[in-house]
Design a protein around this ligand. Structure first.
Ligand SMILES: [Zn+2]
Length: 278
């Protein structure tokens, strides 16, 4: 029985034979559709649409998805950054059944270092792109709390001094008695030493502030394709093929973790960046 089931999973999706033969080996976003549906089953992106779609065929886990798929469409882009931005945007808009990551997020949490304490900050109250000394992106306050507790354990930091736990008057914090805090709360190290260690422990998670005055265009091109991605404070606005008329964008206080990650990587990868509001 199990063997039969496996054969079924590996069955080649005959209905897609024609489509698969004509996919381009270029960057872009691709869509798997079931018959009579206005929402795709799945949206993916790649620097090579053809090889990425074919790789789905070789995965047992994804064979079921391909058997449900009636047709495959695609949108070519000039490059990898455009494909990533388009994919993230469309997944949030269309919410395909088989895309588990990149779901729309209402708000995010981060930690703000406000020497000598740590504060929990929400993206509904602060624009992370304009706020200094922020560390880490979290889905909710609880995971931000777990993060700082683990960091404190790893580096023997004092959660009472950080303002995360209530300090006990006249005594060291509870964790110092367990040897889990190096003892700034008992005068075993200075506040400056403790602060220096906190910043060092946090440094890898720092959120980069938007390094430009206003909007920028990220330029990607290849033969027949010329994309300018308009970005404002880590927010992806849209993609245009010429910079002659770029409409003004509204000031919004939103911060999107997915576009932040995509754009952070992109901006420091040596891509051409054109400031638009100098
Ligand atoms: Zn302590």
């Amino acid at each position: 029985m199990a063997r039969e089931h496996d054969t079924e999973l590996y069955r080649y999706p005959q209905q897609l034979r024609d489509t698969l033969a004509h996919l381009p080996s270029t960057p872009g976003v691709y869509f798997f559709w079931a018959s009579n549906s206005h929402v795709p089953l799945y949206i993916g992106k790649s620097v090579n649409i053809r090889s990425r779609v074919l790789s789905h065929l070789r995965t047992v886990r994804e064979a079921k998805l391909l058997r449900q798929t009636d047709r495959i469409t695609y949108t070519e882009t000039a490059g990898d950054i455009g494909a990533q931005l388009l994919e993230a945007t469309l997944i949030k808009q269309l919410i395909p059944l088989h895309n588990k990551q990149l779901r729309k997020q209402r708000s995010l949490f981060t930690l703000q270092w406000n020497e000598p304490r740590i504060a929990f900050v929400s993206s509904t109250e602060h624009n992370f792109a304009r706020t200094p000394n922020l560390y880490g992106l979290f889905r909710n306050k609880r995971s931000a709390m777990e993060f700082i507790q683990n960091l404190a354990d790893e580096h023997q930091l004092c959660l009472a001094t950080l303002g995360v736990e209530t300090a006990q008057r006249g005594r060291g914090c509870f964790r110092s008695m367990l040897g889990k805090c190096r003892g700034v709360c008992q005068g075993k190290e200075t506040l400056e030493q403790h602060s220096r260690r906190v910043i060092q422990a946090l440094s890898a998670w720092q959120i980069k502030m938007w390094p430009y005055k206003g909007r920028v265009a990220i330029h990607e091109q290849r033969e027949g394709f010329n994309d300018y991605h308009i970005i404002d404070h880590w927010r992806y606005i849209n993609t245009v093929d010429t910079l002659t008329v770029v409409p003004q964008t509204q000031h919004e206080n939103s911060f999107d973790g997915d576009s932040y990650r995509i754009l952070c990587r992109a901006l420091f990868s040596g891509v051409e960046v054109i400031p638009l509001d100098e």
